[in-house]
Design a protein around this ligand. Sequence first.
Ligand code: PGA
Length: 257
Amino acid sequence: MLVIVKNDYEEMSKEAAQIVADRLHKKPNLVLGLATGSTPLGLYKELIRMHKEEGLDFSKVTTFNLDEYVGLPPGHDQSYHYFMHENFFKHINIPDGSVNIPDGLVSDIDAFCDWYEEEIRKAGGIDLQILGIGSNGHIAFNEPGSSLGSRTRVKTLTEKTRQDNARFFKSPHEVPKYAITMGIGTIMDAKEQILLANDANKADAVKAAVEGPLTGQCPASVIQLHRKTFVIVTKDAAVKLSGSYPGTWKSSFMLEQ
Ligand code: PGA
């Protein structure tokens, strides 16, 4: 794990975008795992800028999103289909057929989840997975108590997560109760990961993930077992960390090995 502490949200986002762009230059048909939420918006904005101004090419990329709410149609303004289209896909040159997001309306959820896992396998596995972290330590919608070996499946959202996400909905009652989410085992199969956190309200979760015990009570702590995870956080989100950590991945290249 390489923990990188940046001054602010913009620096955090640019650092992550540089890693994505580097991997994309090395492998044009990169398989990218993507996340929703407010945290990765700056990363997507910077990748869009790189696409428009520097010709960063997504034409051969395949993407897999982490999760989707059960019951929300793709056109609902809080569905993750809508979020990804509005905030990323419609601004870059990725073919529609190369985008994969769990289907929250599917009738046979178990069969769908098996199919999603198979699609990831058929694509050769995820090369680089982007992750946010919940204030309760969740990754994707793997809530505290999730099995560390879990695969894509339906999960019940905790009250904490529903409260955290209520800010995006007209009323807290509208926040769905269930989601389809990649499992922790699915996420851990990614060859590389970037976990992002910028807000002070994530400081406890970041501390638990990076320096706490490995436990299903903090699903993000599983990154301690991963071979190659970049944890890119702002000073605000890093405030409870006790280790001393570098400022960029390039200057820390040797540390990473
Ligand atoms: P946020 O959500 O980026 O909106 O804070 C992150 C998460 O819950 O994983």
